[in-house]
Design a protein around this ligand. Structure first.
Ligand code: NAD
Ligand code: DAU
Length: 384
């Protein structure tokens, strides 16, 4: 029987459709196999988003990827400030949950309701001095909290779990060996309860990857500075004290070296990692910007036109790490990341931000923080 051309159109169309579907299928498979989370509209859980780096990350993401939705989970400890998130609170692509990452039931409920694609875990107890006073909460939040989040990822499925870690997991480098740097394979060798809790979390993240196949990444960044940093950390503390003509407490001789990175550059690096990096990868983030503490404090005095006589050398931090220095070659080669803000510009922008936003930090230091300050610095021996 002869087949009329017009009769065969539906079957030709079906064949074409089938081929098309096949091609679409292939495309999706390649997408996942390449770990390419680019160009996909995503729901991203950001824990610790009411803190310093988390809030900066939320602002960065919402500007760079307005089509994505950000779910912020934060228990609002002393370090979390909801007023920071005011500018995004009413955005349709943003939701906030006041929840503790250690609270398994509550975390599971959020995952069940929100079905996130990606989790970026910033939530942590982050201050070394506090960890020396009271290690327990550091172990609970930084280790147990991390495991609860990853269990939720296993239970509900996830494209990527990203752990925001720190260069402090590598311990410290000697001051007289400027040729040495932290690489991703530098052995973990911690000093403080804080860095030990972060290193433990990193080990757990890699264990979940190997044992359960959880798609994870880790970033280890050097010291951040910029807007919204809690004034217990070196740079904002010195700015706030200098503006009030209060003593500037430098631990020991002030020769310890930190490798400073403007917070937005850290956020850009994490954004690249969650969208482009392969599962199981660890990346160091830093901008080769090493400075001794005393030089930072003098620079802040100069900028604010305050005398160096405000500087007081006080009893050193216990177990004080000497020097941190990141080698960021891997993230540069793999993902093309480079820091964009030079320290000279970043520190000016930061000091100006604290001058322009006095209410933000004055509200903070007028509350419970004063009790902390009195406890940490009130009885500290002044050396010179
Ligand atoms: P931060 O102390 O300013 O903010 C931490 C946030 O986590 C706060 O909003 C706090 O309320 C929240 N949080 C604490 N415990 C919680 C819990 N149990 N459940 C839910 N939320 C909780 O910290 P940061 O300086 O923004 O650091 C963020 C992350 O980046 C941390 O994991 C830290 O280890 C890491 N990191 C910080 C730096 C730095 O220079 N600040 C550098 C490298 C890595
Ligand atoms: O390197 C990354 C780490 O940087 C992060 O993982 C931590 O969360 C973050 O707090 C930071 O840790 P540091 O201990 O390096 O930061 P901090 O601002 O507390 O101190 C910086 C340096 O300044 C350190 O050598 C101690 C010193 N210092 C600090 C304070 C608060 C002083 O001399 N006087 C101070 O009053």
């Amino acid at each position: 029987m002869a087949i009329n051309f017009y009769d065969s159109i539906p079957s030709l169309f079906l064949l074409w459709l089938k081929k098309k579907q096949y091609r679409i299928k292939i495309k999706i498979t390649v997408h996942v196999a390449d770990f390419n989370n680019e160009d996909i509209i995503m729901k991203i859980i950001v824990t610790g988003g009411a803190g310093f780096i988390g809030s900066n990350f939320i602002f960065y993401e919402m500007k760079a990827h307005p089509e994505d939705t950000i779910i912020c989970i934060d228990s609002l400890t002393y370090a979390g400030n909801l007023s920071t998130l005011e500018p995004v609170m009413k955005n349709d692509h943003f939701r906030f949950y006041r929840t503790d990452i250690r609270d398994r039931d509550a975390i599971y409920r959020i995952f069940e309701d929100e079905k996130p694609d990606i989790v970026v875990n910033f939530a942590a107890e982050s201050h070394v001095d506090r960890s020396i006073e009271n290690p327990t909460i550091f172990l609970e939040t930084n280790i147990i909290g991390t495991s609860v989040l990853m269990d939720a990822c296993r239970k509900y499925g996830i494209r990527r779990y990203h752990q925001v870690s720190t260069d402090e997991v590598y311990g410290d480098l000697p001051l007289d060996r400027p040729d040495l740097f932290f690489h991703e394979d530098t052995p973990i060798h911690t000093s403080s309860p804080y860095s030990t809790s972060k290193a433990s979390a990193d080990l757990l993240v890699m264990a979940y990857h190997r044992t359960y196949g959880l798609p994870v990444t880790i970033s280890r960044c050097s010291n951040n500075y910029g807007p919204y940093q809690f004034p217990e950390k070196l740079i904002p503390l010195m700015i706030a004290n200098a503006l009030a003509d209060k003593p500037l407490p430098v631990y020991g001789e002030g020769k310890n070296v930190r490798d400073w990175l403007y917070v937005e550059d850290h956020c850009k690096a994490i954004d690249l990692i969650i969208r482009k990096a392969g599962d199981g990868e660890t990346y160091n983030i830093g901008g080769h910007n090493e400075m001794a503490n005393i030089d930072i404090v003098k620079l802040i005095c100069d900028y604010l036109d305050k005398p160096y006589s405000l500087i007081k050398h006080v009893e050193d931090r216990k177990g004080h790490d000497q020097r941190y220095a990141i080698d960021p070659t891997k993230i540069h080669n793999d993902l093309g990341w480079l820091p964009e803000t030079k320290f000279a510009d970043g520190i000016k922008k930061t000091i100006q931000w604290y001058l322009d936003n006095k209410k933000w930090w004055e509200d903070i230091i007028s509350g419970d923080y004063m009790n902390y300050y009195e406890k940490m610095y009130g009885n500290r021996k002044v050396l010179s």
